[in-house]
Design a protein around this ligand. Structure first.
Ligand code: 6GU
Length: 265
C-alpha cells in the first residue's frame, strides 16, 4: 500500500458505509478459517460483496477464506462481518493484514471480535471447541504500528468481554495464543518450545489485528476454534483440509455463541 494506510482505511470505510447504507457500524467480526459459515447465525444479512472492491483490500489467496464483507443487522447493532482475512504469509506486509481492522474502526466499530482456527497445545483444549483468547504471544517479529506508537497491550483481550463470554458459556476454556508467521505448521520441537513459553494455542493470525485494534482504542475479543492438535502431540498428520472440515462441523455451535455475545454487547 503506497499512501498512508490509515488514509486508505478511511476511504474504504466511507465506501463501505455508503454501499451498505449505514451511518456507522458498532461491532466488527473477522471470521477466520472454519468460522465463515458461523456468520449466518448472526442476524439479518444486508449488503455483501467481495472485500477487494474496497480500497486497500487484496484478492483472497487460500481456499476457505472467502474474502467477502457483509453488513448484518442484529437487533439494534450494526455488524460489519469480514468473511476471511489477509494473512502475513501471503507476503503483502502488516498494513495489508490489519487493513480490515483499520477499516472497521474507521467505520465506527468500537468492538472488534477476531476469530481463528488454532492448533491445541493442551489436551483440555479439545478439537471442535471454541477457546477464549486470554492473551497472545506475537512471534511474527512484526508490528503493524510505526513510529512512537507505544500502545499498552496489558488489556489487549478485554477482561470485560472475556467475562461476558464466560457468563454466556461457563464451560469455555481460556488460553494464550501464539501467533506464528506460517504458512507451514510447526515442528514438534517448536511446539514444545511454545508450550515452555506459556502458549496454549497456536495459529497464524489475530495478534497483529488485535494490536492494530488497540491502537485505534477498540475493545478486542479473540476466539479460537481448535481445529487440530499441534505437531508431536497426536498421531494425526496436520493438513489444511482438517482445519476446514472441523470448522464446518462446529459452525452452528460457534455461530450461536457469537450471536449470544453480540446480543449482550
Ligand atoms: Cl498446529 N499451527 C499453526 N501455526 N496454525 C494452525 C495450526 C497449527 N492449526 C490450525 N492453525
Amino acid at each position: 500500500m503506497s499512501s498512508n494506510p490509515h488514509e486508505v482505511a478511511r476511504k474504504a470505510a466511507d465506501e463501505l458505509r455508503s454501499r451498505a447504507g449505514v451511518d456507522s457500524f458498532d461491532v466488527a467480526l473477522v471470521m477466520g478459517s472454519g468460522w465463515v459459515s458461523a456468520a449466518d447465525e448472526l442476524g439479518a444479512a444486508g449488503e455483501e460483496f467481495p472485500v477487494h472492491e474496497l480500497p486497500g483490500f487484496l484478492p483472497p489467496a487460500v481456499e476457505g477464506h472467502a474474502g467477502l464483507v457483509r453488513a448484518v443487522k442484529a437487533g439494534e447493532r450494526r455488524l460489519l462481518v469480514f468473511l476471511g482475512r489477509t494473512h502475513l504469509y501471503e507476503g503483502h506486509g502488516t498494513d495489508a493484514v490489519v487493513h480490515n481492522v483499520r477499516t472497521a474502526t474507521a467505520a465506527g466499530a468500537s468492538t472488534v471480535i477476531l476469530t481463528n482456527a488454532a492448533g491445541s497445545l493442551r489436551p483440555e483444549l479439545r478439537v471442535g471447541r471454541p477457546v477464549v483468547i486470554a492473551d497472545h504471544i506475537n512471534l511474527t517479529a512484526r508490528s503493524p504500528l510505526r513510529g512512537a506508537s507505544f500502545v499498552d497491550l496489558t488489556d489487549t483481550y478485554s477482561a470485560a468481554l472475556r467475562a461476558l463470554v464466560r457468563d454466556i458459556d461457563p464451560s469455555l476454556a481460556e488460553g494464550v495464543y501464539a501467533a506464528m508467521p506460517g504458512p507451514h505448521f510447526e515442528t514438534p520441537a517448536e511446539i514444545r518450545m511454545l508450550r515452555a513459553l506459556g502458549a496454549d494455542l497456536v495459529g497464524m493470525s489475530t495478534a497483529l489485528e488485535a494490536i492494530a485494534a488497540k491502537e485505534q482504542g477498540a475493545d478486542v475479543l479473540g476466539l479460537s476454534l481448535v481445529t487440530n492438535v499441534a505437531a508431536g502431540l497426536s498421531d494425526r498428520p496436520l493438513d489444511h483440509e482438517e482445519v476446514l472440515e472441523t470448522g464446518r462441523d462446529a459452525a452452528p455451535g460457534v455461530g450461536r455463541l457469537l450471536a449470544a455475545i453480540v446480543e449482550r454487547l
